[in-house]
Design a protein around this ligand. Structure first.
Ligand code: PRP
Ligand code: URA
Length: 212
């Protein structure tokens, strides 16, 4: 993993292999959904290296000791609808006690700017580490809007996890919210004229849910 200015590229072979399978246009909905969940597990493993732990008293079969445990109530997971839902179970596999919020955004087909239709976050959000999930970071408009909502409600410690990003999206999110840690499976070449990531994997929401 390389870290530069709060941008972390997860270049692990397992992540790369699974993302390549997701890119393949012949990968069907069922397999695509499983892969999105598996990539989320592997990305979460890296992204949550700094989760707070506390020493707890326990007894092994041999003796009493103190051992570190994650302070489990402290994580909030916030998928951006719809496609972010495909990563939620992967993160909950790692931290089952996390609270889950939802932010509903879709991109306007003409302007490519995000339109909000839903926002419900765990309350209070201030003290939590917040993992925002969206497989695709394209223009960065949706990610910036999601972080804006969370900060407006008091959220501070925010990580953004995406499977594939365009350089434009990373640049916009990082420029607008430099405090947000961005975890990315692959940085692709560019956006096309419809603001799709190239080579990308197509429309992540459609591929996860089998819509068109
Ligand atoms: C996709 C994707 C992101 C957004 C990325 O969602 O899941 O949320 O586009 O693009 P951006 O970085 O240019 O904002 P979409 O709007 O297609 O909605 P969906 O998940 O409901 O299909
Ligand atoms: N949203 C997607 O689902 N895919 C892209 O390539 C860009 C935005």
């Amino acid at each position: 993993m390389k870290a530069e200015d709060n941008v972390f590229l997860i270049d692990h072979p397992l992540v790369q292999h699974k993302i390549s399978m997701m890119r393949n246009k012949n990968t069907g909905t069922n397999e695509f959904r499983k892969l999105a969940e598996e990539v989320a597990v592997l990305m979460g493993y890296e992204a949550f290296r700094d989760l707070p732990v506390e020493m707890v008293d326990l007894e092994t079969p041999l003796e009493k000791c103190q051992a570190p445990m994650i302070t489990g109530k402290k994580l909030a997971v916030v998928p951006i609808l719809r496609a972010g839902l495909g990563m939620v179970n992967g993160i909950l596999t790692l931290v089952p006690s996390a609270k889950v919020g939802h932010i509903g955004l879709f991109r306007d087909h003409i302007t490519h700017e995000p339109q909000e239709y839903y926002c419900k976050l765990p309350s209070p959000i201030q003290e939590r580490t917040i993992a925002v999930l969206d497989p695709m970071l394209a223009t960065g408009g949706s990610a910036v809007a999601a972080v804006d909502f969370i900060k407006a409600r008091g959220g501070k410690n925010i990580k953004f996890l995406c499977i594939i990003a365009a350089p434009e999206g990373i640049e916009r999110l990082h420029r607008t919210h430099p405090d947000v840690q961005i975890y990315c499976g692959c940085m692709d070449r560019c956006l096309n004229e419809d603001a799709y990531i190239c080579p990308g994997l197509g429309d992540a929401g459609d591929r996860i849910f089998g819509t068109k």
